[in-house]
Write a protein that binds this ligand. Structure first.
Ligand SMILES: NC(=O)c1ccc[n+]([C@@H]2O[C@H](COP(=O)([O-])OP(=O)(O)OC[C@H]3O[C@@H](n4cnc5c(N)ncnc54)[C@H](O)[C@@H]3O)[C@@H](O)[C@H]2O)c1
Length: 355
């Protein structure tokens, strides 16, 4: 890999991936392309610069901006409107034009230059109603999937790639799934190499958490900086569950994928923190209280919003079997790292994070 392009490279995932690849493959040139739409992405520019990553201000909705980057041997597609709420009650234009059309422009760039692609997809490709219809148990601090499940792709380990795909999944999930399908066709038709990572919740330092995206950073920020939070949906008790994946665990996986592209090309993986990395909102509150020594006001909104999911835990068995990778850092480590980062950059982050 002589030249690697990370789209969305000033974002949370993109900046870590660009810096991680640059550090692990010192002979390679890494370019981060980003339109800086996400508030706080501009704070990553100094990190990119000091880590030897070239930054290019550009928009994947414009093929000319990609062309200005020139030939790349690998594209890691991390740019997106990453909120599952995108499009609800507003125009779908941005999420469609970036997450679908923009990703197709990235694929075209890959085809024209013979580049491989690693695509950051999402667990949100799995349909909302089917996930919310899974039998569950209510425990003291969380909901848990019931042990007996009739739906394919569901086990005590969580949701695997065999989960049924019929049904609605939000425009965010749908644009990612459409992009996955076209990427698979590009691999088959044009002989490109590529890997799809369907990630659950990713978290850690440099995530500019806000009320509709980046829940762990939002929780940590409110506890460190101050403010209030709400448990929204599913009765308002904060018992909904997600698995958290530390960004550095994801970077470890992507670096492995880059080094083993030939062997792994064509694969679609569920990637996440898994059952041991899972937390409910209420459990996340308890961890944040313990880590910061602060107790903030948390309100309760019982009504569930469109798009909300009661329980999602990643079964990462397929990617673990193919690569030997497994997450090394649990939810406590993620929140500890995130709280420390916010404390260290409190003044500048107070203006940006948690909006
Ligand atoms: N963070 C998560 O929990 C999570 C989970 C699953 C999948 N993902 C996926 O990972 C990728 C990265 O997400 P993230 O958490 O880093 O989000 P992020 O918002 O921090 O980063 C996305 C970056 O893309 C940039 N961007 C947006 N529109 C663009 C455009 N048209 N052209 C160029 N740049 C553009 C933004 O400015 C931002 O810097 C996304 O594809 C997202 O869907 C994230």
């Amino acid at each position: 890999m002589k030249h690697m392009l990370v789209t969305g490279g000033a974002g949370f995932v993109g900046s870590w991936v660009a810096l991680g690849l640059r550090a692990r493959l010192p002979g390679a040139r890494v370019t981060a392309l980003d339109n800086l739409r996400r508030r706080g992405s501009e704070l990553n520019l100094a990190r990119l610069r000091s880590g030897g990553v070239a930054f290019m201000h550009g928009d994947i909705r414009n093929p000319e901006d990609l062309e200005a980057v020139g030939k790349a041997d690998l594209i890691v597609e991390c740019s997106a409107e990453p909120s599952v709420l995108a499009g609800y009650g507003e125009s779908p234009a941005y999420v469609l034009n970036t997450n679908l059309t923009g990703t197709l422009h990235c694929l075209e760039h890959a085809r024209r230059h013979g580049a491989a692609m690693i695509f950051l997809s999402t667990s949100r490709v799995y349909p909302i109603e089917t996930l919310n219809a899974l039998p569950f148990e209510e425990q003291e601090t969380r909901y848990e999937l019931a042990a007996a499940q009739a739906t394919p792709g569901v086990s005590e380990a969580g949701i695997s790639e065999r989960f049924p795909m019929e049904g609605s999944r939000s425009l965010y999930g749908a644009t990612k799934l459409c992009s996955e399908l076209i990427l698979e066709e590009y691999l088959a038709m044009y002989g490109l190499r590529g890997i799809i990572n369907r990630c659950g919740v990713i978290a850690g330092p440099w995530q500019m958490g806000k009320t509709d995206q980046g829940v762990a950073a939002l929780w940590a920020a409110r506890h460190v900086i101050g403010g209030r939070l709400d448990y929204i949906g599913f009765g308002g008790a904060g018992k909904q569950v997600r698995d958290l994946l530390h960004i550095e665990d994801l970077v470890d996986l992507i670096a492995h994928e880059v080094e083993h592209l030939d062997a792994l090309s064509g694969q679609t993986f569920n990637v996440g923190g898994g059952r041991t990395g899972s937390v409910s909102l209420a459990e996340m509150t308890a961890l944040c209280r313990e880590l910061t020594g602060k107790q903030i006001e948390i309100g309760s909104v019982p009504e569930t919003r469109a798009g909300d999911i009661r329980i999602y835990v990643t079964d990462y068995g397929k990617v673990a079997a193919a690569t030997g990778w497994r997450p090394q850092r649990d939810a406590r480590a993620i929140l500890e790292d995130t709280c420390r980062w916010i404390t260290d950059h409190r003044d500048v982050l107070a203006e940006v994070i948690g909006e």
